[in-house]
Write a protein that binds this ligand. Structure first.
Ligand SMILES: N[C@@H](CCC(=O)N[C@@H](CS)C(=O)NCC(=O)O)C(=O)O
Length: 204
């Protein structure tokens, strides 16, 4: 199995953490959606990372679809996304909030990085960043500081999505220690666990 993408990408790292959590062997090609356009587009016509090439040769795209496949294939009776019911809805809601926060944070960053300076519309960037902040604050408010994980007393896709979103938020300058202290405490703890520590991207 080959994971295409760099772990700097919250979407790629979400998949890498999931593979490690399930103890699935995989190789990784550290390709970036922007620096390695042609190679990424050869795996995903949309030109985005991550893609996951299965041993059968089939290629999956989009982190949500990929983790869904991994949950189904390797999750057994305790998948990282519960199979049904209220627990499933709760995990999917946190994942949607957190991956949506990643989308908004990256929209702001792409606007800054890919738009001529005179065309940058700061209110749009501010609004994206406000959406990131609100989503993270909503998840922060769900956290019981005495619980080991965000939901269900065990590691789920909610923790993985919250981890990558909080990391992205810090990367774009949000002070999560001050604004989301419970979430930050959780991500500090998760960072010591193998699926998270082993997927830490190199410092740039
Ligand atoms: N919804 C997608 C988003 C993937 C995504 O936006 N990846 C970024 C890297 S962080 C990318 O490849 N961007 C290049 C582009 O959009 O052209 C997922 O969950 O996998």
């Amino acid at each position: 199995m080959m994971l295409i993408g760099v772990n700097r990408s919250p979407y790629t790292r979400r998949v890498a953490i999931t593979l490690q959590a399930y103890d699935v062997a995989f190789e990784q090609r550290d390709l970036s959606g922007f620096a390695d356009r042609a190679e990424v587009r050869a795996s995903n016509p949309l030109g985005r990372i991550p893609a996951l090439v299965l041993d059968s040769g089939e290629t999956l795209i989009d982190s949500g679809a990929i983790v869904d496949h991994l949950d189904e294939t390797y999750g057994g009776d305790r998948p990282l996304t519960p199979a049904a019911g209220a627990d499933r809805r709760a995990v999917l809601k946190v994942a949607a909030l957190m991956m949506g926060a990643c989308d908004k944070g990256l929209q702001a960053a792409y606007t800054r990085n890919h738009t001529p300076a005179e065309k940058i519309h700061q209110p749009w960037i501010d609004d994206c960043n406000a959406q990131v902040t609100n989503a993270l604050a909503a998840v922060d408010a769900m956290i019981d500081p005495s619980a080991p994980y965000l939901l269900l007393g065990r590691l789920t896709q909610a923790d993985i999505a919250a981890f990558v979103a909080e990391r992205l938020a810090r990367g774009i300058g949000l002070d999560t220690d001050a604004a989301m202290p419970r979430l930050r405490t959780l991500t500090r703890k998760l960072a010591t666990e193998f699926p998270f520590s082993s997927t830490e991207p190199p410092a740039t």
